[in-house]
Design a protein around this ligand. Sequence first.
Ligand SMILES: Nc1ncnc2c1ncn2[C@@H]1O[C@H](COP(=O)(O)OP(=O)(O)OP(=O)(O)O)[C@@H](O)[C@H]1O
Ligand SMILES: [Mg+2]
Length: 424
Amino acid sequence: MTRTLQIPTARVFQPLLQPSRYKGAHGGRGSGKSHFFAENLIKDHMLHSGLRSVCIREHQKSLKESAKKLIEDKLAKFGLGEADGFKVFKEVIETPGDGLIIFQGMKDHTAESIKSLEGFGRAWVEEAQTLSKQSLKLLRPTIRAEGSELWFSWNPRREEDPVDKLLRSDETPTDAIVVKADYSDNPWLPKELEQERLDCMRTDPDQYSHIWEGDYVSVIEGAYYADQLREAERQGRIGRVARDPHMQIRAVWDIGVSDSMTIWIAQYIGREIRVLDYCEGQGQPLGYYLNWLRSNGYQDALCVLPHDGAKRDAVSAVKFSDHIQEAGFETKTIPNQGKGAAMKRVEASRKRFPMIWFNKDTTEAGRKALGWYHAKLDEARGADLGPEHDWSSHGADSFGLLCVDYEEPGGVLDFEYEETDWVV
Ligand SMILES: Nc1ncnc2c1ncn2[C@@H]1O[C@H](COP(=O)(O)OP(=O)(O)OP(=O)(O)O)[C@@H](O)[C@H]1O
Ligand SMILES: [Mg+2]
């Protein structure tokens, strides 16, 4: 017996009904993205016997966080059960013709383990704004079965997030269909959500366009330097800042060999900190950064390093700072600031901010990190749990080190160092 299933689809998602290698739906809260993909997945499993699909999140601590419940609810709504080939198990859903839907966190995958997904015909990434570059890099070539599709649903945060770069930049992959959906495109928007939307517009207007209209975040809650950056902009301290050819250049590092590495270039001139440049990389060898310094005219820079610059390489027993010195740079290591070091850097930075000038064109990526760097907030009590460790912390850490390193003219040292070298 053949069954005909009627699945009404909101107009905004209709372009996604045709086959396509990449499908994306981004937009604000309550636009129907999750419901659309859940229904579409069931439809594909009915049409393609034996299809295997994986529902993915970057982090998935338990199945509760997955799309499993939503898919189960949809199966119930459509009246699809064992007689139709769908069977819900604790961790997976069996689908017609020995097909399967599974639920996984990308963070748990390695280059080896991801191979288990070869042969899967659909990969649906929910909350794709949190998908890391590495996860995307692993996932794309893995989903390689004939006619396979990669689906992404997300509420955008930043233009630089990997999924936005993949599907919303000038260089989208071949055969990609991407739609933007908002609450106003959802014919089934519950009245409770509509009320939430109106309340948000009234009580949280700063966040409204991000939450409900799918705009990139402009104001982030708990951001440490939001006011300071606004003030710098207002006072014209973000503009054209020239390098003084007679003054020392400092290159202040945050070291992450397998993680992100960041460098701020600055000069201290009187009571001004002139921030001239910023460099950030991921997974690059040290030589990449040394080349960047040289090719930008910072070959004489004093490299200011955090305390882990004095750590020895596990394999070669050579200190990171030695490598930099061998390349011909002078180094200075800032001692470990002990407990609460991150917050000490935040305090130092806030204090120094009014004397900081940024060269606009070359420091944009760094200023974006500073604007994003924010407190992890305890949702229940609103308490500040210290800085959130994310993509922005690397740029913020080296910036903080720069501010800790700066000494007021006249030699007033108002930050406690564990040790100080005195030159008599
Ligand atoms: N196809 C549909 N059939 C029935 N109800 C729907 C459908 N699409 C959306 N809805 C209703 O609209 C609500 C919002 O949809 P959904 O959760 O899919 O939005 P979303 O874009 O994923 O939002 P969020 O950003 O909050 O994850 C759902 O909770 C549901 O009540
Ligand atoms: Mg959703």
